[in-house]
Design a protein around this ligand. Structure first.
Ligand code: HEC
Ligand code: HEC
Ligand code: HEC
Length: 430
């Protein structure tokens, strides 16, 4: 009996020591900031493109704050997280980080001092990049980003989840630390797209569902997930869009912020397109489109001939406005912009085609009605006003229920409750 107890205790000690060894990382010695001319201009230029494609500044710049200086606020199920200052300031930023320290952080989510970083920083994806690409980002930040003195705010994550050491346990369980492996069965273009999407552009960080501890469910890659008060729709064959996404639709959407047969990139997807992918070459966007066309089943049908398109155009025919409150609100507030004849017009999205009315949850539709589309979101130049102050929860419920029904879908349950919740949720700066 006693012997049994001892061996259990012994095993527990071995596991703890083993975990300690696994979790512990040394601090990497600070350096004096490298001279700017240490890096070639080609490398800096490449790093600038990659930093854009990785949305470093979207997450590392607070609204109205200095670029890359951190303290952008993120809300996770576990509490508030603030991004770090990654300007080359030696005291509050990463100015005294060696290339080795930077690369370790990008690959394993360990800070220069050896402490573990939270997966809100998508190191799991950045780890898929080549050494050259990571070095290029380092060269760009160290040589071209303005140093800013600004301390990182304390994350608002409660004890014991705030113990950084325990993050090692999370990594052990959930982090995908494997390198990017090209798929020899696929074309070079597909592999380039996969490299960009899985690595620097980390599409899966938003579009892949997570388990309750926040780990990406890799067997459901890109099948859609909730993020920052929005839904990032499925990009696979499980997409609920009435018209299937083809390669050219992905290309159009990812390069302009809108696909005529689908809709516009709003909320968290807007900076992905306009601050991120916009920096990439057309060839790289084509590569990403090739990769996602494959995820979506490589469809080639002509959408213009699709019965789903005819149905969506027909859905614009209004019922008796005297009795249908939702249709009346649509005719008064939306129809002037959202109306297309047989031939679709860019800048006048046909609502019955967009994912907003076809997703299992009304979240995106309600967000768009409340806050509209700014000029820097969606298609360049066109805007949609927000109706937050013009329409009540009751109005939005009637309108959303009408649009859902007109698009041929079953009613959303508890719609009015969702409208109230989404109206009150913290508004994220995108
Ligand atoms: C989705 C948001 C997000 C994106 C995109 C992002 N980061 Fe971060 N990053 C964070 C957060 C949040 C932290 C702090 C995590 C913590 O407190 O543990 C962080 C921390 C870091 C750190 C560690 C700093 C330190 O002092 O420990 C580095 C380095 C870093 N990011 C570099 C980058 C680079 C380079 C890019 C672009 C290629 C990038 N990040 C993109 C959210 C992001
Ligand atoms: C920061 C989170 C985030 C990242 C990163 C992200 N997306 Fe999205 N994506 C979203 C959200 C949210 C939407 C819904 C936007 C809307 O409906 O206005 C969306 C919408 C889309 C859509 C339209 C889907 C539909 O059926 O309407 C496509 C296509 C898409 N994303 C592709 C990508 C690709 C490719 C990448 C990587 C290059 C990517 N996304 C990265 C959050 C993200
Ligand atoms: C002044 C013109 C205008 C009005 C009025 C307007 N919209 Fe829009 N709406 C737009 C434009 C333009 C876009 C595309 C934005 C972009 O791509 O920049 C859009 C986008 C949308 C989208 C996103 C489409 C998608 O699936 O991606 C939805 C949903 C939407 N509008 C719903 C509505 C509703 C509901 C109303 C009425 C309450 C309304 N809009 C009123 C111009 C308008």
């Amino acid at each position: 009996m006693k012997r049994g107890l001892y061996s259990v205790l012994f095993a527990a000690v071995v596991v703890l020591v083993g975990f300690g060894i696994y979790a512990w990382h040394p601090s990497i010695a600070p350096i004096t900031p490298p001279a700017k001319d240490k890096f070639s201009s080609d490398m800096i230029a490449k790093g600038k493109v990659l930093a854009a494609a990785g949305y470093c500044s979207t997450c590392h710049t607070a609204p109205g704050g200095k670029p890359f200086a951190g303290n952008y606020e993120m809300h996770s199920g576990f509490g508030t997280i603030y991004s770090s200052n990654i300007t080359p300031d030696p005291t509050t930023g990463i100015g005294n980080w060696s290339e080795e320290a930077f690369s370790r952080a990008m690959r394993t989510g360990v800070s220069r001092d050896g402490s573990h970083l939270l997966p809100a920083f998508p190191y799991e994806h950045f780890n898929k990049m080549t050494d050259d690409d990571i070095q290029a980002i380092y060269a760009y930040i160290m040589s071209s980003v303005e140093p800013v003195k600004q301390a990182k705010k304390e994350n608002g994550i409660p004890f014991p989840l705030n113990i950084r050491f325990l993050q090692a346990g999370w990594k052990l369980l959930f982090a995908d630390t494997s390198d990017f492996k090209p798929n020899p069965q696929k074309s070079e273009q597909w592999n380039r797209g996969a490299y960009l999407a899985e690595g620097i552009a980390h599409c899966g960080a938003c579009h892949t569902p997570r388990n309750i501890l926040g780990g990406e469910k890799r067997d459901e890659m890109y099948s859609g997930a909730a993020i920052d008060g929005w839904i990032a729709p499925s990009l696979t064959t499980s997409s609920t869009s009435p018209l299937k996404w083809r390669k050219q639709d992905f290309f159009e959407y990812l390069s302009t912020g809108n696909s005529i047969f689908h809709g516009s990139a709003g909320g968290p997807m807007a900076p992905v397109v306009h601050d991120g992918l916009a920096a990439l070459s057309k060839d790289d966007i084509q590569a990403i489109a090739t990769y996602f066309a494959d995820q979506a089943g490589n469809v080639n049908d002509d959408p213009a001939q699709s019965p789903a398109l005819k149905k969506a155009v027909a859905a614009q025919k209004l019922p008796d406005l005297r009795i249908h409150e939702g249709a009346r609100l649509y005719a008064a507030s939306c129809q002037s912009c959202h109306y297309s004849k047989e031939k679709l017009v860019k800048g006048r999205p046909l609502l019955a085609l967009g994912s907003a009315v076809h997703l299992d949850k009304p979240t995106n539709l309600i967000n768009v009605i409340l806050d509209g589309f700014r000029a820097d979101q969606g298609i360049k130049g066109v805007v949609m006003p927000g109706f937050r102050d013009a329409l009540s929860d009751e109005d939005i419920t009637a309108l959303a229920a009408y649009l859902r029904q007109a698009a041929g879908e079953q009613p959303w349950p508890n719609l009015e409750k969702h409208v109230g919740e989404i109206r009150r949720q913290p508004r994220f700066e995108h």
